[in-house]
Design a binder for this molecule. Sequence first.
Ligand code: IPM
Ligand code: MN
Length: 373
Amino acid sequence: MSNATITVLPGDGVGPEVTEQALKVLRAVEERYGHTFAIYRGLVGLDAIAAEGAAISDADFERCAHSDAVLFGAVGSLPAGTGHRGGPRPEQALFRLRKEFDLFANLRPVRPAESMYGASPLRPEYLKGTDMIFVRELSAGLYYGHLESVPGKPSEIRRGRQEREAVDTLLYTEREIERVVRAAFEIAADRRRTVTSVDKANVLSSSLLWREVVERVAADFPTIVHEHMLVDVCAMRLIRTPSDFDVVVTENLFGDILTDEASMLTGSLGMLPSASLGVRRTENGVFGLYEPVHGSAPDIAGQDQANPVAAVLSAALLLRHSLRLNREASAVETAVDDVLREGYRTADIREVGCKVVGTQEMGRRILDKLERP
Ligand code: IPM
Ligand code: MN
């Protein structure tokens, strides 16, 4: 029996619809498995900017800080031509949460269900056996600098000698590399024991240091096989031989790009969950933020069309990592697999001969399949 506090930040676009389905699943787990979850809702993104003048208010941020986990929907973009330079932008909420909670390891599992092979643009024989997890560094690299300008780490458009120029800084400390690489090796120990570290060591100094640190960490894990792969080669191999990958660890921007690419192995960005884990331990596990990899998809928002699977699977990751409820997490994942195997699909993963359902029906069917203990 677990007593946990979860803060839910549904956010913009399809965020509220998909999060609603994930919440129902959490409520069902609570009831059927005899746990107690205190669930708070907060504002994030466009609504938070409208109501509080910031992408996430200090009060909601504090709520997150006192929770075991955060379930996050999506944040949108400001409509073109609105907002002002230096004014609040929805994605600042994500950056604040990632940075202040030091959420350095972003886990993105990619495991296309066999019943879903037809939904991928790749031929099924290429997908067979594909089961990988990306560990994307999330707290440093090219992403940070535009938040507040960090000395020695510029990110700006500026006046050059002749014309305007722009700069971003790809900076990693050894400690920042080491902690995420170590996390990847620890994850590999419970899987097929293979780590692929992705970099651009033929060009970037940060990648040279990255490789050095990987070698050092690898020495502590003698039973795990590791390899280094250049990011361009990795982009190609993800399509050519996806089943070769087990655990892939890489820096922030490479991980952002490669995981969107890898999502197509499952047929849709709407299938991919994520967990962002930090350093804080709670009584129940590791504090983390859980969110679908997809964005707010404003074009289909409010139409009961969005795929809730990524959000539901994110809730499963929450159960596993922040609450150490492995059995419950697996039960949720199995329920999703069962519904897909029966041929139910949201529009993004429709196939010939399948039954297309809306967001709510998909959620309801997953709930129906959720095994009782
Ligand atoms: C993601 C998103 C974000 C990122 C955006 C919204 C800043 O694409 O979580 O992958 O690039 O980290
Ligand atoms: Mn992304």
